[in-house]
Ligand binder design. Structure first.
Ligand code: SF4
Ligand code: SF4
Length: 353
């Protein structure tokens, strides 16, 4: 054991949050009409870093914006002139409060693709300049299944600073990365007790984790899912599971790991802007080629792509699932399609195992 931990209580945690907001550019969950979204905040009273699990949107838009201007241009009789867009507002040094484990973990999954064949320097800069502070959930909700996936939820290092509401009523704050360690140095933690390799703290944090891990309704063996799905590409069952899908793409837009995008130009008279915006493999036109051919002209093929990309192709290429088990897609789907149900039951339906 080689851990250092700051111990406080609920009031001390609020003081910690207030000091961060006063000192740093800070984003946190903000509630509007019962839905939560990550926004820039200027006071603790205007946000809820301990928001419930079902934040409607993940923090993905702070790293991969829904629709970003990537270029401006003028095009007239004298030719075309291209200019850079304004400075990226998401690349400043900043702190994000209130990200759940699944949200924080999704960034580690996305890092793989954003640092692969093309290095996305905007994404990298946003990642580098962000300190993630995350309170471990106390209880899973109906659609959560993060503990079923391929990472150690208890020892997750996807956040820089972990907060745990200990089973003994104390609040434990632990740096999980070097970035988190230097962030906690200084006056942010002056009002807390600093302990190192403390058994009592470790026990209280473990007890909280065990209660959390025991609260899941959904559990699956992801290795069985990976293997089973890899064998059923031609299964007619994909038609059944996607039958009700209305192709609204909500599942992709709220998913913290989906990263499909489209490039579009919007031009008025001689002036235009090029946008990079969210798209989804569930869109009928997503794979439509210039010559008119579409390899996924029907929705069961698009749904199959969604399931297999998340649990077969990404896993084969990058060694991890393109899903963190947050359940956001299922909560938001207007026709109640559950990705957990699809990927965990399809291999069984086909008697593959
Ligand atoms: S597919 Fe669904 S459960 Fe998995 S990460 Fe995306 S939104 Fe969360
Ligand atoms: S949210 Fe539901 S209905 Fe909409 S595209 Fe996704 S699975 Fe289909």
């Amino acid at each position: 054991m080689n851990t250092e931990i700051f111990v406080t209580d609920k009031a001390g945690l609020a003081t910690f949050y207030e000091a961060i907001i006063a000192k740093h550019e800070t984003y946190a969950p903000v509630e509007k009409f019962g839905k939560y979204e990550f926004k820039k905040v200027s006071a603790l009273s205007g946000c809820d870093p301990d928001a419930p699990i079902a934040t409607t949107m993940s923090a993905k838009p702070l790293f991969f914006p829904r629709s970003a201007k990537i270029m401006k241009y003028t095009a007239d009789a004298s030719g075309t002139k291209v200019s850079e867009t304004d400075e990226d507002p998401l690349s400043a040094q900043r702190v994000i409060l209130g990200m759940k484990h699944c949200d924080a973990r999704s960034l580690q999954v996305l890092d793989k693709v954003y640092n692969w064949d093309f290095i996305d320097t905007d994404y990298q800069k946003r990642r580098r300049n962000t300190v993630i502070i995350s309170a471990r959930c106390d209880k899973a909700d109906t659609h959560c299944f993060c503990t079923s996936l391929d990472y150690n939820v208890e020892r997750l290092d996807a956040m820089d600073v972990l907060i745990v509401n200990g089973a003994d009523g104390k609040v434990y704050i632990e740096p999980r990365t070097e970035k988190g360690k230097s962030f906690l140095e200084g006056d942010l933690t002056h009002h807390m007790t600093h302990v190192r390799d403390n058994e009592e703290a470790a026990k209280a944090m473990k007890k909280q984790y065990d209660a959390f891990a025991g609260s899941f309704r959904l559990n699956m063996d992801y290795k069985t899912v990976n293997e089973g799905l890899s064998k059923i590409f031609d299964s007619p069952q994909f038609e059944n599971v996607s039958d009700n899908c209305v192709g609204c793409n909500t599942c992709a837009f709220v998913c913290p790991t989906c990263h499909c995008f489209k490039i579009s130009d919007e031009k008025v008279k001689d002036t235009g802007v090029r946008y990079k915006s969210y798209d989804s493999c569930n869109n009928g036109y997503f794979t439509l080629m210039a010559g008119g051919h579409n390899p996924r002209p029907v929705k069961y093929r698009r749904w199959r792509q969604r399931a297999l990309h998340k649990f077969v192709y990404y896993k084969e290429r990058f060694g991890e699932n393109l899903c963190v088990g947050c359940g956001k897609c299922t909560r938001a789907c207007p026709v109640n399609i559950s990705i957990f149900e699809v990927v965990s039951t399809l291999p069984h339906i086909n008697n593959i195992q």
